[in-house]
Design a binder for this molecule. Sequence first.
Ligand code: NIG
Ligand code: FE
Length: 401
Amino acid sequence: MTDTPRAVLIDDIATLVTNDPGLGRGAVGEIADAALVIEDGRVAWAGPRTRAPEADARVDAAGRCVLPGFVDSHSHIVFAGDRSREFAARMSGQPYSAGGIRTTVAATRDASEAELLENARRLVGEARAQGTTTLEVKSGYGLTVADEERALAVAARVTDEVTFLGAHVVAPEYTDDPQGYVDLVTGPMLEACAPHARWVDVFCERGAFDEESSRRVLTAGVERGLLPRVHGNQLGEGPGVRLAVETRAASVDHCTYLTAEDVDALAQAARRPDPTVATLLPGVDFSTRQPYPDARALIDAGALVALASDCNPGSCFTSSLAFCVAVAVRDMGMTPEEAVWAATAGGARALRRTDVGHLGPGARADLTLLSAPNHLYLAYRPGVPLVAAVWKDGELVSGRP
Ligand code: NIG
Ligand code: FE
């Protein structure tokens, strides 16, 4: 048996982002000249280093920044195939449409389960090396009972945050019978998939599912014990936000096109004990050449905002939350603090998790050491690999301090 030290002190942290305003300055609870103690996979103590308790081992942060691991609340990493040419065509003026999803459906159905698992594991590793310690993963590229169930089984091997998205687009076999596909999704597919998932999601958008069908999918999922979340308002104004708030979804994702009523509804929903978070996906708007969502208007109105990657082969193939933070700061009106909070604590809210996204005592010891003195560098040095080391549940899982 190896001797793992019980209490590990991470010392000489120039800036510790705790996301706990009770522990430090501002909304991100920033502590200068800080230290943090990990014990049994949890944060045992965080505060000024001059007051740090004794520990069994010491890690030297050497004047760098420590922040909570990113909580990426939106990804589609169970897939096969590649759509780089579709991306290139978009950059030459082709618009993005929901129909591209079917290209990945064909490739995913053709792949073996082992190939899907290998690809998903590779992408989880890629995300982790960039500081992501919690990652939600959706199905949605199978669209038959067996293929959706298989995707969820793969997802469940790489994460605890598994989402059933049989209602991603109407399966090609049902092009002439979209209602028949909704019957399948809310019937036998849900029956087979629900045991593997925590969440149910629907792409409520022109070219995917209308309001009524989306409501049916969410209601059926909730009746089967799943928690709702929604893809909405990505390609145009529409009913997604309204439906998410009405069904008390944990999150409505994209929010690129919002009316004043949508912003107001999200602000109201933020005051509920079970808020509906507005999850913004800057990488999608970047990779589809769309306008960016107005994060400033949402935050000023009082909405809760999260940032996520939406890592998928079509609309956005990035796993980098640091990139999303940089774009959100540069082009969506967020301050660096708001963006860092949104990619950590905001993601945790969007997944209804209280154990991740912050570094107060009792939190999971999921944390990132940056090769930088503070968290502003995530936006200040875009595209630079700043993540030096990542711990998950108190274990070093990537890099070297
Ligand atoms: O979140 N919007 C729907 N689904 C994905 C896109 C998937 C794809 O294009 O393959 C998204 O952007
Ligand atoms: Fe998505």
